[in-house]
Design a protein around this ligand. Structure first.
Ligand code: CA
Length: 234
């Protein structure tokens, strides 16, 4: 059974989320404050946390950061009102894996949860098993390790899978649809910037990995998707 923590101070939204998630067979705990979330997360681990950023007591981003540290394996999805794009970016930088804008469409919420919790073997298989060396970057799908100049780069599950998928075909354009279906879920639907924010995080992690590292570049292909360009030769 999937264990979920819902952090939402709005009673109507919180109740609707809890009811819908429970109806899908998930075990749900619902708290209405940031402090409540941190206390709940101390005692047990959750598979996924839905976190409203606008909380009555604590700063939602700070709660996000603490949850990330305390629950490294949990998928953190932030809930935000429309047009609060800065919040989304800050939340993702604080360790969230994804975000949903309010009003939350329940069908989309369930699709996202399914996509995030579909981890491990199935996805490793979709990117094959092998070792790709691109300049200083080594992507090893068998061990799920990425190194830059011999130093391991800590990536979250979806960041790794995204990089591995792009690295499987260096220099080839990969469509958004392909990335969404292979890295997330074939039933993923609706507009989402989740792919783009994962790419942005990946770029940032690669850029901060090592001074003067020779690395491939993730190129944005407008209206299509992304391409991992080979690094320049030394
Ligand atoms: Ca709120």
């Amino acid at each position: 059974m999937v264990r979920l923590l819902v952090v939402e101070d709005d009673e109507t939204i919180g109740q609707a989320l809890r009811a819908s998630l429970a109806a899908h067979g998930h075990e749900v705990e619902w708290v209405v404050t940031g402090q409540g979330a941190l206390e709940r997360a101390e005692g047990r681990t959750f598979d996924l946390v839905l976190l409203d950023l606008g909380l009555p007591d604590l700063d939602g981003v700070a709660v996000c950061r603490e949850l990330r540290t305390g629950q490294p394996e949990a998928v953190l999805v932030i809930l935000t009102a429309r047009d609060e794009e800065m919040d989304v970016i800050i939340g993702l930088e604080a360790g969230a894996d994804d975000y949903l804008t309010k009003p939350v469409r329940l069908a989309e919420l369930h699709a996202r949860i399914r996509a995030h919790l579909r981890r491990g073997d199935a996805q490793s298989a979709s990117v094959g098993s092998g070792r790709t060396v691109l300049g200083d970057l080594v992507v090893d799908t068998a061990s799920r390790r990425v190194t830059v100049g011999g130093t391991e780069l800590a990536l979250r599950a979806k960041e790794f899978e995204l990089l591995a998928r792009l690295a499987a075909e260096p220099g080839a354009a990969v469509s958004r649809e392909t990335l969404m279906s292979e890295v997330w879920d074939e039933h993923w639907f609706g507009p989402t910037k989740t792919l783009d924010v994962h790419v942005a995080t990946l770029r940032r992690r690669l850029a901060s990995a090592m001074d003067a590292a020779v690395l491939p570049t993730i190129v944005t292909l407008r209206g299509h998707g992304y391409r991992l360009d080979l690094p320049p030769s030394r």
